[in-house]
Design a protein around this ligand. Structure first.
Ligand code: AMP
Ligand code: ZN
Length: 473
């Protein structure tokens, strides 16, 4: 079955055609580790993980690379403001490296609690400074970079495609309006590749370079590390929608200028998680993390379930009411799995059950292969769970398939402990009457007796060959 993904580059849903038929290469912009990732950031990472799982479902291996920004990100994407790591270091009276490692560790604890697979390669900016310096040298040699008053800049006028991803090709007025003017730049949309100490004299992390002691601009790290680990052309590059107009434009400009050809085939962007009062943002502080959710009584899986209820290209609004709904739905799901596990007890699927399972999983997969439609996939899942015509074995096997993609940790749910039922003469009599009613196809009477048994605390489950299982309610 073909897989379709929405490509920001062409503004259309396209059939996914990988560069290599076995392994897909995927780069995702990772966290800036100066504070905790909020649940909005995590919505983006949950969907990136889901894209990787969907690619695996489609039969590919996935080489997934994610960077960790531990140097170089100023408070403004457009090279203005202060260094985010320095601000955190002052605020918390810790070294910049202590800050970086603490927030990086917490980030991966949270992603693991959400059941996200660790990317194949996680790379820190501070450990790739030489790669960035070589990159900038190449750009300088090719005439795309210039040195001005202590900094090295990318000359966007030399790259005619600049701005095309966000649909503002060579519209310098808009780029100029977005950021405060830096008089060292030749064009308002130019951006810094390398800062020397002229920017912040007290910058703690600095490295020797051909342009003087300094540190890299933020954008260069993603291009340098993705090229190092994934090569000169990659299949997929992801990030939140806020990255389209500056960060990803700059990544494209510097990478394609260095390579002399196209770089990324599919650009995939995630819409925002908002609060009722607007965008959830790390830089404005006061944001919700996985640990805050736990304090409010929600588990990471409740949040993951909540994210799956909206499509990644639609924004979602976070509220405790919405989380209550997700928590309840997730708990119901786990209850159903526990009951199914108790009932199935490792029974093998019959051959027609196998066929039925294949059809159901193909239907579920089709929703994901159509641009990762998680809300439709979830509603298919509930349809299967509630369909009593399907055997417990089929429903359980289907849910285990769902879990290979969503990883809602259904595999870890324990089978419900079934207590034995004491059969009193009254219960025995009702069971006999029910058997007779069913032999006579008197379904109304059979249901009536089922309700009477339920009032006595006994559940009845009909098994193949007219056998029954009694469950203590
Ligand atoms: P940052 O650590 O700020 O660079 O952000 C990490 C990732 O989260 C990036 O891909 C951002 O585009 C994304 N992001 C930032 N804010 C939100 C939000 N409110 N909802 C969803 N994704 C976001
Ligand atoms: Zn990036």
């Amino acid at each position: 079955m073909s897989l379709y993904l929405y490509n920001t580059k062409t503004r259309s849903k396209e059939e996914f055609k990988p560069l290599n038929e076995k392994t897909v290469t995927m780069y995702c912009c990772g966290p800036t580790v100066y504070s905790y990732a909020h649940i909005g950031n995590l919505r983006t990472y949950i969907f990136e993980d889901l894209i990787a799982n969907t690619l695996r479902l489609a039969g590919y291996n996935v080489k997934h690379v994610m960077n960790v920004t531990d140097v170089g990100h100023l408070t403004d994407d457009g090279d203005n403001g202060e260094d985010k790591m320095m601000i955190a270091s002052k605020r918390e009276q810790k070294s910049v490296m202590e800050i970086a490692r603490h927030y990086e560790d917490t980030f991966f604890r949270h992603t693991s609690e959400l059941g996200l697979k660790r990317p194949t390669i996680v790379c820190r900016a501070t450990e790739h400074i030489d790669d960035m310096i070589h990159f900038v040298q190449d750009l300088e040699n090719k005439g795309f970079a210039y040195f001005s008053n202590g900094n090295v800049y990318f000359d966007t006028k030399k790259f005619p495609k600049y701005g095309c991803l966000s649909g503002q090709c060579r519209d310098d007025l808009k780029h100029g309006a977005r950021t405060q003017q830096d008089t060292n730049k030749r064009n308002p949309s130019d951006f810094v590749l390398w800062f020397t100490s002229s920017k912040f004299e007290n910058q703690i992390l600095q490295w020797d370079s051909p342009w003087g002691k300094g540190y890299p601009g933020w954008h260069i790290e993603c291009s340098a590390m993705s090229m190092k680990y994934l090569g000169e052309r990659i299949d997929i590059h992801c990030g939140g929608i806020d990255h389209i107009p500056v960060h990803h434009e700059n990544e494209i400009a510097q990478s394609e200028a260095r390579l002399g050809h196209d770089w990324v085939n599919y650009w995939i962007h995630m819409e925002f998680l908002n609060t009722k009062s607007g965008k959830m943002s790390k830089s404005t502080g006061g944001t919700t993390t996985i640990d805050t959710l736990k304090e409010l009584g929600y588990q990471p899986m409740h949040y993951k379930y909540f994210t799956l209820t909206s499509h990644y290209r639609s924004s979602a609004v976070f509220s405790e009411q919405a989380m209550d709904g997700a928590k309840k739905a997730y708990e119901n799901l786990c209850d159903c799995v526990a009951e199914l596990k108790a009932s199935v007890k490792g029974k093998e699927l019959l051959s027609d059950e196998k066929t039925e399972l294949d059809n159901l999983t193909a239907e579920f997969n089709a929703y994901l292969f159509d641009d990762i439609k998680t809300p439709l996939a979830l509603s298919h899942m509930w349809g299967v769970i509630k369909d009593n015509q399907k055997s417990d074995s089929v429903r359980l096997a289907y849910l285990m398939h769902v879990d290979t993609v969503f990883n809602l940790q259904l595999k870890n749910v324990e089978a419900k402990k079934i207590q034995s039922v004491e059969i009193t003469p009254e219960i025995a009599d009702l069971l006999e009457q029910r058997k007779e009613a069913r032999t006579n196809k008197n379904w109304a009477k059979s249901d009536e007796i089922r309700d009477m048994l339920a009032k006595l605390g006994v559940g009845v489950k009909d098994l193949p060959n007219k056998e029954i299982e009694l469950i203590k309610l």
